[in-house]
Design a protein around this ligand. Structure first.
Ligand code: ATP
Length: 342
């Protein structure tokens, strides 16, 4: 029996070896977000565990076009789980928006014998992935890495939790001075197209009001609200998403000064501090889970999908659907702010 089965097992083993993925590529792309390193670490270590070689490309699609590659091993990703930013660096690549750039990237992937690809980035990066998939016939999976939380198919993107915690910490500090001087503070947070950073940080910091791109014609309501603020209200914090229709915090500050000259209005733009810093515990866990499952997804034949977590379960969403900006602002949370900030 042994002599009959032995060669058969060897043949099966060889077939399995030949069909298994042996080399994958990875980039971090678009705006950096805390947790990208944790995700990268998970991808590399899971791949190494499954005897898959990992080639990283520096600066997102730029490095892919220039073949600026590095072999990533278990030790390459040592000591990075707690670090913000990305050790692979990232970029917004104008060259990848052109056919020539995509062709160069595809050629480099083919020449290196890469059989699967992981992209850690936001909606733009996944739009790039859709274009890349038209040029190469290998599976690509995406890990949602953006502070904006604006992707369909995951409850929280990698970077969002840390970013909102950074905002809340900053607003807590600003509130001390707002209360001491009896000032109105208009604080601008990131969010060109989405008010999700503004929404959650406004709730957690106890802000009195917020303006977000998803809501239109709300300045009059805000000004009326300010006029009617009870005199005993010692803190007056207004959170504005940068993409709000009134042009950001400085413009909103000017409008309030004109309408309510009785208030001492100050403006703070939080800017890039929202991208940096050590990822929170939640971020590191989610990023690790997503990175780990990205490699399993490639092994299991997933193609052109984003790995996400919904209700604590890993799920997969085609890139085309993940990048569709459907309105995701929770109206219940908006209504709750109205009640709680009275
Ligand atoms: P963030 O959410 O942090 O802004 P992102 O991934 O959305 O991250 P983008 O700058 O929008 O960041 O996109 C990253 C890169 O993806 C772009 O610089 C570009 O190289 C590529 N990209 C975006 N859209 C396309 C597209 N339609 N075709 C090809 N490449 C694209």
């Amino acid at each position: 029996m042994f002599f009959v089965d032995f060669p058969r097992q060897i043949v099966i083993g060889i077939l399995v070896y030949l069909t298994e993925m042996k080399k994958i590529g990875i980039i971090t792309s678009g705006g950096d977000s805390p947790g990208m390193n944790a995700c990268l670490r998970a991808v590399v270590r899971t791949a190494v565990h499954h005897k898959i070689e990992v080639i990283g490309f520096y600066k997102g699609y730029e490095g892919l076009i220039d073949n600026d590659a590095v072999n990533l091993t278990t030790t390459s990703v040592s000591g990075i789980i707690q670090r913000g930013g990305t050790i692979l660096k990232t970029a917004r690549s104008a060259r990848f928006m052109k056919e020539e750039g995509i062709n160069s990237a595809a050629k480099n992937i083919k020449d290196l014998g890469i059989e699967g690809f992981v992209i850690i980035g936001g909606d733009g990066s996944f739009r790039g992935a859709i274009e890349l998939s038209k040029k190469i016939n290998i599976p690509i999976v995406g890990c949602a890495g953006t502070i904006d939380n604006d992707l369909v198919g995951t409850d929280f993107t990698i970077g969002y939790d840390t970013a909102i915690n950074t905002v809340v910490e900053a607003v807590d500090k600003i509130r001390d001075t707002a209360e001491s001087h009896d000032r109105v503070f208009v604080i601008e947070v990131m969010g060109r197209d989405a008010g999700l950073i503004a929404l959650r940080s406004a709730i957690a910091s106890g802000a009195e009001a917020l303006l977000v791109p998803e809501m239109k014609n709300d300045i009059d309501i805000l000004l009326k609200k300010i006029k009617n603020w009870r005199s005993s209200k010692s803190s007056k914090i207004i959170i504005v998403a940068e993409g709000d229709e009134y042009g950001g915090a400085y413009k909103v500050g000017d409008l309030i000064r004109k309408t309510c000259p009785e208030f001492d209005v100050r403006v703070t733009v939080l800017g890039h501090i929202q991208r940096g810093g050590n990822p929170t515990c939640m971020e590191r866990v989610n990023a690790s889970l997503i990175g780990y499952n990205a490699v399993l997804a490639l092994k299991n034949g997933h193609k052109n999908e984003m790995v996400g977590i919904i209700n604590k379960k890993i799920c997969f969403t085609p890139f085309e659907k993940a990048v569709k900006h459907i309105e995701t602002l929770d109206r219940d949370l908006l209504n709750m702010i109205e009640v709680l900030s009275s």
